[in-house]
Design a protein around this ligand. Structure first.
Ligand code: CO
Length: 155
């Protein structure tokens, strides 16, 4: 009996480690074509990011659509162009594009959307950008995502 309790607690501890830490990040987009921040940080102990974008404006998504797309900084311009070409019917996102690390669907006023991705997709020291791929938005709607290094360690 005691052994069963011990084994059960060991299994529970093991699964908690395996699931890791999911870190929620929130960002808003508005009717003035702006994100609420130009800078996002992923803490060093996160194993997963759960990103939520909320459109706090009133305009519909075919007029003032917003999404949250993450790529390496070097891939941003090409993915923005591919997103415009993909069209509204495809949420302004190129399909099966390996350069897209994570992306939400496109939202209009009052709507929100989420995406979850493993932190293992990010490399320390790499430069990442997030942006909106709705035509004409990325020039204003973009920012830097940084994977923080563990305290006391140098990147
Ligand atoms: Co937008």
């Amino acid at each position: 009996m005691k052994l069963n309790v011990l084994l059960t607690s060991l299994l529970l501890t093991g699964s908690a480690v395996a699931f890791g830490k999911s870190c929620p990040i929130s960002i808003d987009g508005n009717d003035q074509m702006q994100f609420s921040t130009k800078e996002l940080h992923v803490a060093a102990d996160c194993t997963e990011v759960a990103l939520t974008i909320k459109h706090v404006g009133k305009l519909p998504k075919n007029v003032m659509g917003h999404n949250w797309v993450l790529t390496k900084a070097a891939d941003m311009d090409a993915v923005v162009s591919a997103g415009i070409a993909a069209g509204l019917a495809n949420e302004h996102l190129p399909k099966n594009d390996a350069r897209v690390i994570a992306a939400t669907k496109l939202v209009g006023g009052g709507e929100s959307a989420s995406v979850t991705f493993p932190v293992a997709k990010l490399k320390a020291g790499e430069s990442y950008k997030f942006f909106c791929t709705f035509p004409g938005h990325a020039a204003l709607m973009n920012g830097v995502l940084t994977l923080d290094t563990p305290a006391g360690k140098k990147s």
